[in-house]
Design a protein around this ligand. Structure first.
Ligand code: FES
Length: 84
């Protein structure tokens, strides 16, 4: 199961180091990282911001983004079973 990264393309252009880290991570994890680029993710005052799976992370530094993604990809996948 891939990790989902959502970010704003427009804000990404304002923070080239941020976009560079995303491109490096995309190349490093082509099958494990699904990246969604939005024209705006309504986080303009929090940029750069990302959503990793269901977690919103505002004002993220490139080094922290890389660590967050590498840590999440290193975690074992947990399958959730719903009991009805
Ligand atoms: S323009 Fe980037 S979040 Fe709105």
């Amino acid at each position: 199961m891939a990790l989902h990264l959502t970010y704003c393309r427009k804000c990404g252009r304002r923070f080239p180091e941020f976009t560079q880290i995303i491109q490096q991570l995309r190349a490093k994890h082509p099958n494990d990282l699904e990246i969604v680029e939005l024209p705006c993710m309504a986080a303009c005052t929090d940029s750069p911001a990302v959503i990793l799976d269901y977690d919103y992370i505002p004002h993220i530094l490139p080094s922290n983004l890389e660590k967050q993604i590498e840590d999440r990809l290193a975690r074992p996948f947990k399958e959730v079973t719903l009991k009805l």
